[in-house]
Design a protein around this ligand. Structure first.
Ligand SMILES: Cc1cc2nc3c(=O)[nH]c(=O)nc-3n(C[C@H](O)[C@H](O)[C@H](O)COP(=O)(O)O)c2cc1C
Length: 473
């Protein structure tokens, strides 16, 4: 890889650990490795230890993926999913946050919540409560779901059309913005014991919402937290998904594997953000990667060979089948997988349209059980490759998957972080303030221009109607 001449070679890498409240997240099969501890995912100490480890490595965040539903597309059943623990069992990600926040001071938490099965009010309340308890370290990965199994479990008739899910998401967010930004004035909470005023009634306003999917009227139950709106993450990649994400997101995940594809996606996202009237750099861009590292390049290769013995490319293929909504067990190893329009992840599925891909190609790509680009080498060579990837593509940072847990994160901190620091490309201490302030150095609240801004209680409006008990949008 060569450096792009226009790259900012002092840009520091933002780093998230990418994980999930389950044994097999992305690199399938590695839970069977003798040193892997992910089978302990239902123990709190597994997560509090991880949080402490990540904070020692100055990670910006722990990003917790989630799905509603089960992977039942491959071979038309869940047998392999159960045997290989392909995100089943998997537990609620938000339950981990308070405990991890209690043992850390700076680490941010990006929690994935599928809005299709939430009511905006209950959801907004839960996230605002977490923003209080973490002192502004909470983020939300906005997903709309892509599994038919989820619709059956929740008791609805079938997965909503891909683009309609994003229409619903727009309205869900609008209502959340009203709750988070538009119900309580900043100084509504007084906690004045002498005058017996906990909250000032003149500064708490009812919101109104009558929409296509949701109705709500009344005051929000949670007082303003440090960030109010959590840091918003999204991974939309289809035309409709991109339009949604570039309008709302402050962090986006890019699923591409090759540097040129990543760069194309980066340029597209920044251009669309500009069209939406936003600063193209008001969205931090992350790419998912897997790293195997050790003291030397040779030892890293040996470690990779050892890990591969435990990985399950077939489990990776089963996961992939659900992502694209197609049973890939039906194709022989050398058969080109035909493109079929499905209701699942449009952007992953469209790869079959763009190029000839066989199950054998996919299994080769999934040799470590997962589909993220794999970087193998000593700390110095991994650091060089990450820096090149950042400079060449214009992304802001990485979502680092786990391979053998927690060994792979410990290895990364031991071998790679010091090399990045020596090259001036990784912080040597945390910045202060909320997750949002750490990411953008621009305060704790969402910066305008942003769709949330129109729902805020601006001071001019407050001066016009200071006694109003009703605030309507
Ligand atoms: C890095 C990354 C992480 C993702 N994590 C999740 C997740 O945890 N849960 C989920 O339901 N979807 C997840 N997705 C899928 C996205 O929500 C979305 O469906 C996908 O990026 C495709 O967007 P599209 O619908 O616009 O094609 C993730 C995608 C990427 C690229």
């Amino acid at each position: 890889m060569t450096n792009n001449h226009t790259a900012d070679t002092s840009k520091q890498i933002i780093l998230n650990a990418f994980d999930m409240n389950c044994a097999g997240h992305i690199n399938h099969g590695l839970w069977t490795h003798p040193r892997d501890e992910s089978h302990r995912f239902n123990e709190l100490s597994y997560w509090t230890d991880l949080a402490k480890t990540l904070e020692q490595g100055l990670f910006d965040g722990l990003f917790i993926a989630d799905i509603t539903g089960v992977y039942d597309v491959y071979q038309g059943n869940i047998d392999l999913t159960l045997k290989e623990s392909i995100q089943l069992p998997s537990h609620d990600p938000s339950t981990l946050v308070s405990a991890m926040a209690a043992v850390t001071e700076h680490l941010g938490f990006g929690v994935t919540v599928n809005l299709s099965y939430e009511t905006p009010y209950q959801f907004a309340r839960r996230l605002a409560s977490l923003d209080h308890l973490t002192q502004g370290r909470i983020g939300w990965n906005i997903v709309t779901g892509y599994l038919d199994s989820a619709e059956r479990l929740i008791g609805q008739k079938g997965l909503k059309d891909h683009d309609l899910r994003y229409e619903q998401a727009e309205e869900f967010l609008e209502l959340c913005y009203k709750f988070w930004e538009g119900s309580w004035e900043d100084d509504a909470v007084r906690k004045d014991k002498t005058r017996r005023i906990f909250s000032d009634p003149a500064k708490v306003h009812a919101i109104q919402h009558q929409g296509q999917f949701y109705q709500s009227q009344g005051v929000f139950q949670v007082s303003p937290s440090l960030q109010r709106t959590p840091v918003l993450y999204q991974a939309g990649a289809s035309p409709r998904g991109l339009a949604f994400a570039t309008q709302h997101a402050e962090g986006m995940f890019i699923g591409a594997d090759k540097p040129e594809k990543i760069k194309q996606q980066v340029d597209k996202i920044r251009a669309q953000a500009l069209e939406q009237g936003r600063d193209p750099h008001a969205i931090k861009l992350f790419v998912g990667i897997s790293v195997v590292t050790a003291e030397t390049d040779e030892l890293a290769q040996e470690k990779l060979a050892e890990y591969i013995r435990y990985a399950s490319p077939e489990a990776g293929l089963a996961h992939f089948s659900s992502s694209v909504g197609m049973d890939l067990s039906k194709f022989s190893d050398d058969e080109a997988i035909p493109y079929q329009k499905t209701n699942s992840i449009a952007s992953v599925n469209s790869k079959f349209k763009e190029q000839k891909i066989t199950p054998k190609d996919l299994k080769a790509q999934l040799k470590l059980g997962g589909r993220y680009p794999l970087i193998v080498g000593s700390g110095a060579s991994v650091a060089e490759q990450l820096i090149d990837l950042l400079d060449e593509t214009g992304v802001d940072g990485f979502n680092l998957t786990r391979t053998v847990a927690p060994e792979s994160h410990q290895d990364f901190i031991r071998w790679v972080i010091p090399e990045l620091q020596q090259r001036g490309r990784y912080k040597t201490e945390y910045a202060h303030g909320s997750l949002r302030n750490k990411l953008f150095q621009n305060g704790n609240r969402l910066s305008a221009p942003h769709p949330a801004d129109q729902y805020r209680l601006h001071s001019a409006a407050q001066k016009l109607a200071p006694q109003s008990a009703e605030h309507t949008e």
